[in-house]
Every structure is written in structure tokens, then in C-alpha cells.
Design a protein around this ligand. Structure first.
Ligand SMILES: Nc1ncnc2c1ncn2[C@@H]1O[C@H](COP(=O)(O)OP(=O)(O)OP(=O)(O)O)[C@@H](O)[C@H]1O
Length: 255
């Protein structure tokens, strides 16, 4: 098991944003967390990545305790993420944005390497080539020299994913990657996520777009008011009466 979350709990004031949540993510699969607004999905991501510390429970990654670690330690352990609200460096080029992700693993720090310019060493060269290859995978290699802010929104989302992949992570957390994408872009995204999975990458997906979730996810946990109310394959979750009741209302169906 790549990631094991047990009894995860987080309070804000007196309110449990996440309560006794547990799930297990197998290597090479896509795991989805779904649920209504405010159900606790992003908080789970913040707990896994060390942006928040849990009030209870345990997170194990590759059989090592993850909770209690700082964000940079979680990143160094092989977990990266994207954000619901894009967090690109808008003044940097598309290529430089991907390179900031790659430097996480390089032996020299990003700032240090910037200071060393214009002399580019072998390590920088490798990072540039790797970053260009990643941009090629998301179809953005032709835009490498543009400022990130010049890209249409859908391409900025793909760029953020490329940056999250640049350090060669074992696990990537994707927070609403389809938000704001049109239907063509959403289909491209789904295809890309499936390709990444075929290449062995493990991902956890928080996503409101049910079509995408049902298409790409191997297993799903449904959260409601901070608690897990169902767990299973897309087909199992879609057929679960409690999910239909709590998540969508009595007379609706998922997807
Ligand atoms: N830093 C914080 N301080 C106080 N309350 C918070 C904080 N972060 C989240 N919450 C609360 O915790 C609950 C869970 O929020 P969270 O953002 O995890 O939900 P979500 O499922 O990701 O929602 P959405 O789908 O809208 O992104 C909500 O009630 C939210 O208001």
C-alpha cells in the first residue's frame, strides 16, 4: 500500500472539518475524494501535505509516518500537489514554472542556480530537457517561452500538473483539476491522467466533475460533513443509497 490514512481528524474551532477518515491508496491507481462543498476534501489534502497538522489519526506513506512532517519533508518524501486556485508564478515563463518543480529534487537550490546564471551546468541542462519533455506531454512545449499568465486558463491547469510532476513524485494530489475547464479540455485532462496512471503514477483526485471522476478513478471515498460515508469502486459508490441521499438528494443520480 502506498498511502494509508487512518482515523484522520481535524477540528477548526469546535467544528470537525475531518472526522475519523480512513482510506488506502494502492500504487499505480487513481483514488478520488468526492463530496459536497465543505465536506473536508481540501482539508484532507492539507493534512497529507503537512500544510495542516491533524488532531488525531495517522498518515503512512511507504510504511513511514507522514503526519508531523513539514511540507518540504512531505515533498522530499515524494508527494506533490496542485491547488484548487492555481498557484503558478505568473511572471515566470511556462518552462521556468516547470523548472521550479524540478529543482525540488536537484542537488542545487533554485535560488542558487538562478544566481549562477548565465553559466548553465549539466544538472540545469538535464532539468531543462526533462521540463521540456513534460511540457511536450501536456502539449505546451510550443509555449515554453511565454509568460505563464499569457496561457489560457485550461492550459495553466495543465502547466500546474506538469510542474507537480517535475520532481518525479510517487504520489500527486490533484485539487479540482477540471474546475474551469471546458468539455474538450476536461476530456484531454482525463486522458492525460489515465496515461500518467498507465506509466505507474499514483494520484489522489478531489473533483466535482463526476464524469471525470467516474471515468478515471479506481476507487472513491465519499465525504459528507467531514466523515466518510461510502468507499468503493465508481460503480459501487454510484449505487450506494446513502451516497445518493446524502450527496445528491433523493431523486438524483450520479453521472
Ligand atoms: N483554515 C480553516 N479555518 C477554519 N475553517 C476551515 C479552514 N479550512 C477549512 N475550514 C472549514 O472546514 C470545512 C471543510 O472545508 P474543506 O475546504 O476541506 O472542504 P472541501 O470539501 O474541500 O470543500 P470544496 O468542495 O468547497 O472545496 C468547511 O466547513 C470549511 O469552512
Amino acid at each position: 500500500m502506498l498511502l494509508e490514512v487512518q482515523g484522520l481528524t481535524k477540528y477548526f474551532g469546535g467544528v470537525a472539518a475531518v472526522k475519523d477518515v480512513g482510506f488506502q491508496v494502492t500504487e499505480g491507481t487513481i483514488y478520488a475524494l468526492i463530496g459536497p462543498n465543505g465536506a473536508g476534501k481540501t482539508t484532507v489534502f492539507n493534512l497529507i501535505t503537512g500544510m495542516l497538522q491533524p488532531d488525531g489519526g495517522a498518515i503512512n506513506f511507504l510504511a513511514k509516518r507522514l503526519d508531523g512532517l513539514k511540507t518540504y519533508q512531505v515533498a522530499a518524501a515524494g508527494i506533490t500537489r496542485t491547488f484548487q486556485n492555481l498557484q503558478l508564478f505568473s511572471g515566470m515563463t511556462v518552462l521556468e514554472n516547470v523548472m521550479t518543480g524540478a529543482h525540488l529534487k536537484g542537488q542545487t537550490g533554485f535560488v542558487k542556480s538562478m544566481l549562477r546564471r548565465p553559466g548553465i551546468n549539466a544538472e540545469d541542462k538535464k532539468i531543462i530537457e526533462h521540463s521540456m519533455a513534460l511540457l511536450g506531454e501536456v502539449g505546451l512545449d510550443g509555449s515554453a517561452g511565454l509568460p505563464a499568465a499569457a496561457l489560457p486558463f485550461g492550459q495553466q491547469r495543465l502547466l500546474e500538473i506538469a510542474r507537480a510532476l517535475a520532481s518525479g513524485p510517487r504520489l500527486v494530489l490533484l485539487d479540482e483539476p477540471a474546475a474551469g475547464l471546458n468539455s474538450t479540455e476536461t476530456k484531454t485532462l482525463a486522458g492525460f491522467l489515465k496515461k500518467l496512471k498507465e506509466n505507474g503514477l499514483t494520484m489522489i483526485l478531489v473533483e466535482h466533475d463526476m464524469e471525470t471522476v467516474m471515468e478515471v478513478a479506481d476507487r472513491i471515498t465519499v465525504l459528507n460533513f467531514g466523515q466518510g460515508i461510502a468507499e468503493g469502486t465508481p460503480a459501487e459508490v454510484q449505487a450506494d443509497p446513502e451516497v445518493i441521499r446524502a450527496y445528491l438528494g433523493e431523486d438524483e443520480q450520479i453521472a
